[in-house]
Design a protein around this ligand. Structure first.
Ligand SMILES: NC(=O)c1ccc[n+]([C@@H]2O[C@H](COP(=O)([O-])OP(=O)(O)OC[C@H]3O[C@@H](n4cnc5c(N)ncnc54)[C@H](OP(=O)(O)O)[C@@H]3O)[C@@H](O)[C@H]2O)c1
Length: 297
C-alpha cells in the first residue's frame, strides 16, 4: 500500500507518519514545500520525503505516482503574508485533486473542519467547504473528515491550552463559554490509517470528534487540575477582541482576524460522531490531556 500525504510537516502529518511507519505493508510519500520542512519529518525507511510545489503539476504528479491513496492535509486557519485561504485551502486542494486524477489515485482523504460549508459566511469555513467540494466532485472515491480542535503534542490547540494553563491565570474570549469536542490527534491518525488501507468505493463526509463535549473554560480548568494548578479564567469581550484583531491583522497582513475569532468561539456541534462507522476508538479527554502535559519539557 502506497500513501501520498500533502502537508506532511503539519502537526497532523508528523503524527500520521509516525503511525503509518509502524505498519509493515505501508510506504508513504511525504509531500512538503521546503527543505526545512523536509528536515523536520520523522525518519523511517518507509517514509519517502518529496518536495512539492502546488503550482508545479509535475512535482505533484511525481509525489502521487503509483499511490493508492492521497491524504491531503495542507491547509490553514491563520492566514499570513505568505499564505491565505485561497492558496492554502482552495488552490492547493485543486492542484492535489488534479494530480490525483492524473495519477489514477483510488482514494482521497481530505481533512476538513466541523462547520465547513461552501455557502458559509465565514471565509475559513467557506474555503474548507469549497475544498470539500473539489474533492467530492473529483470522480475519485473520497472521504472527507470534518474534525474539531485537535489535541496532541505540537497542535495549535494544545499549545494555546498549555500557555493558558501555565501562568495560573488567563484571559479567554468571551470567558471561554463555547463548547468544544477536542479530538486526540492519535485517534485521527488511527482513523486515517484505517480508512487509507481499506478499499474505497463511494464518497463520504464524516464528522469525527472527541468523546466529551466541554467548554473551553472547563478544559483549561481540567488541564490545570492535572498540573496541580487552580487556573483563574477571566474574560476578553469578543467584540473588543474582534476590533483589535481587525486592526492588527490588517497592519500585519495576517494573524488572528475576526474570522478566526468566530471560528474559535463557535460551538463544535455534530449530528453523528463517525468513530463507530469508521471503527476507531476515542481516547478519553483526560488521557489526551495527560499525554499533552507529559510531552511538555
Ligand atoms: N489543528 C487543528 O486543530 C485542526 C482542526 C480542524 C482541521 N484541521 C486541518 O487539518 C490539517 C492539518 O492541520 P495542522 O494544524 O496540523 O496544520 P499545521 O501544522 O498548521 O500545518 C499547515 C500545513 O499547511 C501547509 N500550507 C500552508 N500554507 C500553504 C499553502 N499556501 N499551500 C500549500 N500548503 C500550505 C504548511 O506547509 P508549510 O510548512 O510549507 O507552510 C503545513 O504543511 C489542515 O488542513 C487543517 O485545516 C486542523
Amino acid at each position: 500500500m502506497k500513501i501520498s500525504i500533502t502537508g506532511a510537516n503539519s502537526s497532523v502529518g508528523i503524527n500520521l507518519l509516525s503511525h503509518l511507519s509502524q505498519k509493515d505493508d505501508v510506504v508513504t510519500i511525504a509531500g512538503v514545500r521546503s527543505e526545512s520542512a523536509f528536515a523536520s519529518l520523522p525518519q523511517s525507511t518507509s517514509i519517502n520525503p518529496a518536495i512539492i510545489a502546488y503550482d508545479d503539476p509535475e512535482s505533484l504528479n511525481q509525489a502521487l505516482a503509483g499511490a493508492d491513496c492521497l491524504i491531503h492535509l495542507a491547509g490553514i486557519l491563520i492566514e499570513s503574508k505568505h499564505s491565505n485561504y485561497a492558496s492554502a485551502n482552495v488552490a492547493a486542494t485543486a492542484a492535489a485533486v488534479k494530480a490525483a486524477q492524473h495519477c489514477n489515485v483510488r482514494h482521497i482523504i481530505f481533512i476538513s473542519v466541523v462547520g465547513a460549508s461552501a455557502g458559509s459566511r465565514n471565509a475559513y469555513f467557506r474555503s474548507k467547504g469549497v475544498g470539500e467540494e473539489l474533492v467530492l466532485n473529483s470522480g475519485i472515491p473520497a472521504t472527507v473528515l470534518r474534525t474539531p480542535i485537535l489535541m496532541g503534542p505540537g497542535t495549535a490547540g494544545a499549545k494555546s491550552l498549555i500557555s493558558a494553563v501555565s501562568n495560573g491565570q488567563t484571559k479567554v474570549l468571551g470567558g471561554g463559554g463555547y463548547c468544544m469536542r477536542p479530538l486526540d490527534i492519535d485517534d485521527l491518525s488511527q482513523a486515517m490509517a484505517k480508512l487509507a488501507c481499506e478499499p474505497a468505493r463511494d464518497s463520504h463526509i464524516h464528522e469525527l470528534v472527541g468523546p466529551e463535549p466541554i467548554t473551553y473554560r472547563d478544559l483549561i480548568k481540567k488541564a490545570g487540575k492535572l498540573m496541580g494548578k487552580e487556573v483563574e479564567v477571566s474574560s476578553v469581550p469578543i467584540l473588543m477582541a474582534k476590533l483589535g484583531a481587525a486592526i492588527t491583522s490588517t497592519l500585519s497582513q495576517g494573524g488572528i482576524t475576526p474570522t478566526v475569532i468566530d471560528v474559535i468561539t463557535v460551538d463544535e456541534v455534530v449530528t453523528e460522531n463517525a468513530n463507530e462507522k469508521i471503527g476507531t476508538s476515542l481516547t478519553p479527554l483526560e488521557d489526551t490531556l495527560r499525554k499533552i502535559l507529559a510531552s511538555e519539557p
